[in-house]
Design a protein. Structure first.
Length: 208
């Protein structure tokens, strides 16, 4: 089994960093690769990339940023292609995902790669053979009905990788409320990390 862990927090003391660490320390029986979106060279998705596509088609010379973008995009796509299970370890920052994780999604969110459209214009998912695990941390409480619509990190990742790409989301661990309830923070975090440990250990039983 090939497991790709997309790590999207560069704060050493970040709770989702601790979730990543707990997963890596407890996963067994798999070929595990980390794609650290803060450590990779990942220029933002934009006009430079579209310029690069045109130049490649016309056989023109790429600028440095264009070449970096194509290489970064291909590396992300190759990592996703090789994976049977994709683990996303990320925080809620400003109600959404870190910009570097958004860039990773932008790189792989490509018609003909992660999805396509059929003859009737309906979306067809192309990654239904892959499974996903979500590991998320958020300091406030967003599972309450009144706050849940504001949460655009887990909701977004689930809509993209599950809804558009078609991956089966097999596990989800969310640590929340440790900032909102500092008196219970240690307990909240410890319980969440124990759940991450169980998820990592149970991966051996997953059929791919």
């Amino acid at each position: 089994m090939n497991v790709l862990v997309v790590k999207a927090n560069n704060r050493p003391d970040g709770i989702s960093t601790k979730m990543y660490d707990a997963f890596m320390e407890n996963v067994q029986g798999a070929n595990v690769t980390t794609f650290d979106v803060f450590a990779e060279d990942m220029p933002y998705f934009g006009q430079d990339l579209f310029n690069a596509f045109g130049k490649v088609q016309n056989g023109e010379t790429l600028t440095d940023i264009e070449a970096r973008l194509l290489a970064a995009k291909q590396k992300a796509m190759d990592a996703l292609t090789a994976a049977d299970v994709v683990v996303f370890a990320f925080p809620l920052w400003n109600l959404t995902i870190p910009a570097t994780l958004q860039t990773f999604i932008d790189y792989v969110y490509q018609a003909g790669f992660t999805f396509k459209y059929d003859e009737n214009g309906q979306l067809v998912s192309l990654m239904t053979d892959k499974k996903a695990i979500i590991l998320n941390a958020r300091g406030g409480f967003y599972s309450a009905p009144e706050a849940q619509p504001m949460e655009m990190s887990v909701n977004y990742i689930k809509n993209v990788v599950g809804g558009v790409f078609g991956m089966e989301i097999i596990e989800e661990v969310i640590i929340e409320g440790h900032n909102a309830s500092p008196d219970k923070a240690q307990e909240i975090i410890a319980n969440g990390l124990e759940e991450v440990k169980k998820v990592a250990q149970s991966l051996q039983a997953v059929t791919v």
